[in-house]
Write a protein that binds this ligand. Structure first.
Ligand code: XIL
Length: 391
């Protein structure tokens, strides 16, 4: 009873309408960052460092600085960027993003420590030709995690320690399993090791497992339900006292799929929360197929896509708002001009995946998530929990 009352009091304080001198408060003119703050929720974006540094693109920089309270490096904290040749670190672009965030009072999500993609060639070819042994590979991973996490200790609020370690039902074999370079060469124990090494280098950053297609539970069978597989994995890691703090749900959706409703997504976040984990949406975008009619500008095909995209952005945000352990909502790029989608999904061509168009004009999705932030409040939407990093 008392706990409920205290929580409600905090919520009421956080949700007070700000006093203004004379002028009525107009939430629609506020940034996503500011509106998210009412709930203690961070609204983030992935940042393309080339676009951020492009002097001919002032709007890009301005929107990153003003609309968001959190930033993630889209590429420059990946191993191939940080250590392109063995032993020579290229910290410049990553440092620059961390400095930018500090100047703009933003938090930083660290992305990513351990992943099978965007690894440096010296590492993958060394393993392939046998010049890097299993034992050396494990030591290289330990050193990588320790070096990177130590450098940004205290400057990064959430680290994606492990990314995309679980297979998909369309892989071979179809039974879900640990996939990719690290599982193949080190066995699945690399996951527990990585969390422990990261924790040793930063006692306070929240340590995440991050993956796609885990927005909602399916059959409940870990053989074909990826969310269940990840849930069971997290439970096992916790039982082994591995310092995992959170589950990052990437949130890469497409309007051509069935997708989920808000309650299904909220139920999944709650279930992870019940394990004592925090959660976050870490890479939200909602792509659409660019049919010939779409490319020719046919409104009858474009409008339903923009509307479905907006609805899906909104489903993930409302679910996050509804669950107090969901600490942040990050979009994977904010403008169609710089989205990774058209270059990655081209057969058939896809796009229209972000909340601003190619001319940096806010789309329906932008206004829809803004209205979610405006209309949410107690008793069902309460401030975020205070996370405690696991020792
Ligand atoms: C993508 C970037 O957006 C692209 O620029 C890059 O070429 C490939 O990687 N899941 C992840 C992200 O965890 O790191 C990926 O980012 C998108 C899918």
């Amino acid at each position: 009873m008392t706990v409920g009352v205290v929580a409600f009091a905090t919520a009421a304080a956080l949700n007070t309408v700000p006093a203004t001198a004379g002028k009525p408060y107009d939430p629609t003119t506020q940034s996503l960052a500011k509106l998210g703050l009412r709930h203690g929720l961070q609204i983030g974006t992935a940042v393309d460092m080339a676009a951020l540094n492009d002097a001919s693109e002032p709007q890009y920089r301005k929107i990153v600085a003003t609309e968001f309270s959190s930033v993630t490096a889209e590429n420059v904290m990946k191993w191939e960027s940080l250590e392109p040749t063995r032993g020579n670190y290229n910290w410049g672009p990553a440092d620059q993003l961390v400095d930018f965030a500090k100047r703009n009072r933003q938090s930083v999500r660290g992305h990513v420590l351990v992943w099978q993609n965007q690894l440096p060639t010296w590492l993958t070819s060394g393993v392939a030709d046998g010049s890097i042994s299993r034992q050396e590979l494990r030591e290289l991973l330990r050193k990588h995690i320790t070096t990177v996490v130590s450098r940004y200790q205290g400057k990064i609020s959430q680290w994606d320690v492990i990314n995309e370690a679980v297979s998909d039902p369309w892989d071979n074999p179809p039974t879900l399993h640990y996939k990719g370079f690290w599982a193949q060469h080190l066995g699945p124990d690399y996951i527990a090791d990585a969390f422990r090494w990261a924790r040793a280098a930063d006692p306070k950053a929240l340590l995440f497992y991050n993956d796609y297609n885990i927005e909602a539970f399916g059959s409940g069978d870990p053989a074909d339900d990826k969310t269940q597989f990840v849930y069971d994995m997290a439970k096992r890691l916790l039982a082994q006292r591995v310092p995992i703090d959170g589950i990052g749900s990437q949130g890469h959706l497409g309007t051509q799929y069935g997708n989920y409703d808000t309650l299904q997504v909220a139920a999944a976040l709650k279930k992870f929360g019940a394990l004592g984990l925090v959660t976050a949406f870490t890479e939200v975008d909602v792509r659409s197929q660019l049919t010939e009619a779409v490319q020719a500008g046919d409104e009858a095909e474009i409008n339903p896509r923009l509307q479905a995209s907006a609805a899906n952005f909104s489903v993930l945000l409302k679910a996050c708002l509804a669950v107090r352990s969901c600490l942040s909502y990050t979009v994977w790029g904010f403008s169609d001009k710089y989205s990774w989608v058209p270059s990655w999904f081209n057969d058939p061509p896809e796009g229209l995946a972000t909340i601003y168009d190619e001319n940096f004009q806010p789309k329906r999705a932008y206004y829809e998530i803004k209205s979610d932030l405006i209309f949410a409040g107690p008793p069902y939407v309460l401030p975020r929990i205070a996370p405690k990093p696991r020792r």
